[in-house]
Ligand binder design. Sequence first.
Ligand code: THU
Length: 121
Amino acid sequence: MAYEAKGKAYAPYSRFPVGAALLASSGRIYQGCNIENASLGLSVCAERVALWKAVSEGEREFIALAVVGGELAACFPCGACRQVLVEFAPDLEIITGQPGQRLLVCSLKELLPETFTFKEK
Ligand code: THU
């Protein structure tokens, strides 16, 4: 589904389409793609589009996120997306790769240890 979402990317400036598929604990999967803008700083990553779609539909807990970026063998979420994801899903599993190829799996905690939070640790 992340690959399918990549097909909907709007990336005329970078020409780097990204697709994401976010599995919520409800069982629903939310797709996202990167959406760029001529004012480049307003562009948004596929991962955040998927998360915001899900949260705005009432989801609050997530299990896994798949990401497909361009033709890369692996495309992990950028730093900004990691921080946004950890707000809702500190135990998220991240899967990246290309269809029919070897997938890489890791945890969001591995990608973003010692996260900023208001909660006492
Ligand atoms: N991009 C994503 O959508 N997700 C990532 O994890 C990395 C980068 C997008 C942002 C921009 O539209 C393009 O890829 C190039 O940076």
